[in-house]
Design a protein around this ligand. Structure first.
Ligand SMILES: *Cc1c(COP(=O)(O)O)cnc(C)c1O
Length: 483
């Protein structure tokens, strides 16, 4: 690391980048108005720079990180597609941004109308007519759905304690199960990477509250026995939860509400255009079938015959409130803009192109990498770096080497059932040329693994920092000096 980016190093005494209004009286008089306990003994140690220097500093920092605006980002399961900047502009519209969340509903009929419309669109896309936009993430949507399951069973005086989860599931599924106080009953995927009805039948009994499924699952494969599985679970009094994080593969093609699911969550920040890298704001809206409507988190948006919308807090059967206020409204606006722009036919094309791109990329990579589940894939697919591992190169080394090609690596070591997993989701917004470029980079790395494995093991070579202690970087954050 030779390049210094410490803004303090550029500081020169007396330089400023601001202009303050003139004082309305003497400095001494102004200071006398500030209580002593808020006064400093000495000046704050702030860097002194011009506005232009500050701007260059932050722009220089911004391009040191990889992001979707600089290059390809095939991070499986995260749907890192290009999100139109216009939707950000819509979400930042002043009347939305500055509306106080405690202001009365009557002061924001337009905002309520947007919430109503997004709810109705999500209802149409999913087949679930009752929607809550409140959950702030997919994980919180799961939590809400499981609380609804629990409330439903309790109302029927049933004592059930387990939730069936496939071994390919996202980690948030068992975490949500534990948060609600249920136990996880994990079942194995079959040799095709999907769940067989017999496997569910073998464990389904009256201690099971329900089952969570992801479709397409995290291997990128369509769960083709859902109807049968739902019948088995329902016949023994259980409920079906759909993890809808992979909805980018399904829009206009498969409606969870039509095939036996009882409820689901949506990740507006994956499917419906909110950039969500770095733990940004999310929206994990949930949809439920009619008999679960009364359990939805309160307040619930309600419509009068004259069209007036209001929030109903009087919901005696509700699972309660998941957070203050009514969800991340900015995400809802982006979803509104996204859905309105594409329309129904357009959304279907989004999903079709996501699937087409994934299959095209998979075909270009299958010679050099192992493909443990060799099916037609949906919006993503999972490769294994086992062949490379035998030559001494780990999947994490391949991921690091990819950085030298200006590409964000795929999701690695997940799903857990694939050794040395690389989970690749190209999304629909990438061009044929980008996909070909990525395949060429991956295939070149495979060749390097055969010919000069140490070179791959020491990558990356071109990034600002080399190999970080990733866990340590989060726990002992040092935003000053990347040495
Ligand atoms: C992203 C994801 C989740 C969790 O969503 P968050 O918004 O990150 O909490 C759950 N399941 C799957 C399959 C996912 O990809």
């Amino acid at each position: 690391m030779t390049e210094k980016i410490l803004i303090y190093d550029k500081s020169k005494p007396g330089r400023t980048g601001y202009t303050l209004p003139k004082l309305d009286s003497s400095e001494k008089e102004v200071l006398s108005r500030i209580p002593d306990k808020f006064k400093r003994d000495k000046d704050a140690a702030l860097p002194e720079l011009t506005e232009g220097e500050v701007m260059r500093h932050f722009i220089a920092l911004s391009v040191k990180n990889h992001h979707i605006d600089t290059d390809f980002y095939p991070l499986g399961s995260c749907t890192m597609k290009y999100n139109p900047k216009l939707n950000d502009a819509a979400a930042s519209y002043r009347d939305f941004r500055e509306h106080h969340p405690l202001a009365p509903c009557s002061s924001a009929p337009g905002m309520l109308r947007i919430m109503e419309m997004v709810s109705s669109y999500l209802g149409e896309i999913s087949g679930f007519p009752y929607i809550s936009l409140q959950p702030a993430a997919g994980a919180q949507g799961e939590f809400a759905g499981l609380l609804i399951m629990r409330a439903y069973h309790k109302a029927n005086s049933e004592k059930r304690s387990k939730i069936i989860i496939p071994d390919s599931a996202h980690g948030t599924n068992p975490a949500s199960v534990a948060a609600v106080g249920y136990e996880t009953l994990q079942i194995k995927s079959n040799e095709k990477g999907i769940i067989s009805p017999e496997t569910v039948a073998a464990v389904m009994d009256d201690t099971v509250a329900g089952m969570m499924m992801t479709n397409p699952n995290t291997l990128g494969i369509f769960e083709s026995h859902i109807k049968e599985i739902a019948e088995i679970v329902h016949a023994k009094g259980g409920l079906m939860y759909m993890d809808g994080a992979n909805l980018n593969a399904n829009m206009g093609i498969f409606r969870p509400g039509d095939v036996g699911f009882d409820m689901m969550h949506f990740n507006l920040h994956k499917t419906f255009s909110t950039p969500h890298g770095g733990g940004g704001p999310g929206a994990g809206a949930i949809g439920v079938a009619e008999k679960f409507e009364k359990y939805l988190p309160f307040p619930v948006l309600q419509k009068e015959p004259d069209g007036r919308l209001w929030f109903n807090y009087d919901r005696p059967d509700s699972i309660g409130r998941l957070q203050f206020f009514n969800g991340n409204f900015g995400n809802v606006v982006r979803a509104y803009a996204y859905i309105k722009t594409y329309g129904g036919e357009g959304l279907k094309k989004v999903s079709e192109n996501a699937v087409l791109n994934a299959n095209y990329l998979k075909e270009m990579l299958r010679d050099e990498y192992d493909l443990p589940y060799d099916n037609h894939c949906m919006h993503e697919f999972v490769l294994s770096g086992s062949r490379q591992r035998k030559l001494g190169v780990k999947t994490s080394d391949i991921a690091k080497r990819l950085l030298d090609f200006g590409v964000h690596p795929p999701t690695v070591y997940f799903p857990l059932i694939v050794p040395e997993a690389m989970m690749i989701e190209p999304t629909e917004t990438e061009s044929k040329e980008t996909l070909e470029q990525f395949a060429a980079s991956m295939n070149q790395i495979a060749e390097e693994v055969r010919e000069k494995p140490d070179y791959v093991k020491n990558a990356p070579y071109t990034t600002v920092v080399k190999r970080l202690d990733e866990a340590g970087a989060v726990r002992n954050l040092d935003i000053c000096c990347p040495e």
